[in-house]
Design a protein around this ligand. Structure first.
Ligand code: NAI
Ligand code: 15L
Length: 269
């Protein structure tokens, strides 16, 4: 695919959006920013809700691709997830279809498969085709996003890379994150690969760095041309000394979704 130049970044005010606003332009992208929250240092950013279909259509007009990060990023009441993540993602795809956008990179999450038991040391990595096991309404909405992307590819020819992101923060802060950490620099590498790879159709990929303790199979990400450069291992000794090893009797430690797998939900939104 010809390298896209102008890319709409939804969720640009969020944690990941803020990191990517700094890391993506060196790859040659001109970013158009969209978020319901204003961005102080970006007066041209579009401040609108995903429910505003006119604003979304204006936002996607003329872009070469979309990176869709906007939405609720933790567990929340179903009605809120429905509006922001399910209806919001549908509005985004409808706008893309109406305006002829051909490529989307979708922020899915490990929580689409969060109730998958974490692999024991030395056992096989979790394949991308593992059955969906959402751990929350949030994870359910990410599975919906992946299926919506599949539908818009089959029906309308819009290509999507759905990235099941592990934990993308400047540093891993828990023992669980040692296995699923995606460094911000690797995130930018993976987004660039997802935007430029040829013929992706609908591709689902786990999104993490090349962690020594990795839980899942990165081959579909590597097939896009992604070559991760980072590994969480330098953080391991300090985190293990402070927090101890993962405990098979602790429900937060037995599935890949971690604390998202506990009841009641942990995050009032
Ligand atoms: P965040 O919560 O920091 O940012 C999300 C942004 O979306 C916020 O700026 C928020 O204002 C915006 N937003 C929410 N609802 C909206 C709506 N209805 N209309 C317009 N804007 C709306 O989340 P973060 O960490 O930056 O994550 C970005 C995306 O990546 C999310 O979709 C999240 O689910 C996904 N993800 C992130 C991971 C991570 O480790 N940061 C891991 C897995 C998935
Ligand atoms: C996610 O999907 C969240 O958006 C992010 O904030 C982290 O909690 C991450 O998963 C995780 O599993 O650590």
């Amino acid at each position: 695919m010809t390298a896209p130049r102008t890319v709409l970044l939804t969720g640009a005010a969020g944690g990941l959006g803020t990191l990517m606003r700094a890391l993506l332009p060196p790859y040659g992208y001109r970013l158009r920013l969209f978020d319901q929250r204003p961005i102080d240092d970006a007066p041209d950013a579009i401040t609108a809700d995903l429910a505003d279909t006119d604003a979304l259509r204006d936002a996607v007009r003329g872009v070469d691709a979309v990176i869709h990060l906007a939405g609720i990023s933790l567990e929340a009441p179903f009605e809120k997830i429905l509006r922001a993540n399910i209806e919001g993602t549908h509005h985004l795809y409808e706008a893309a279809r109406e305006e002829g956008v051909r490529r989307v990179v979708l922020a899915s999450s490990n929580h689409a498969v969060g109730f998958t038991p974490r692999p024991a040391d030395g056992s096989a990595a979790i394949p991308v085709g593992t059955p969906r096991r959402p751990d929350t309404f949030y994870g359910l909405s990410k599975g919906f996003g992946e299926d919506l992307a599949s539908l818009y590819w089959d029906l309308h020819g819009i290509e999507t890379v759905s990235l099941r992101i592990g934990s993308c923060f400047p540093e891993p802060t828990t023992v669980r994150m040692l296995s699923i950490w995606l460094s911000p620099a690797d995130c930018a590498r993976l987004l660039h690969a997802s935007l430029t790879a040829e013929h992706v159709g609908h591709t689902v990929a786990y999104a993490s760095s090349a962690n020594t303790r990795l839980w899942w199979d990165l081959s579909s990400a590597r097939a896009l041309g992604y070559a991760p450069q980072d590994d969480s291992e330098p953080y391991a000794a300090a985190l293990l000394a402070a927090q101890g090893a993962l405990d098979p009797d602790n429900p937060e430690h037995t599935h890949i979704g971690g604390a998202f797998c506990t009841d009641p939900p942990l995050w009032p939104y």
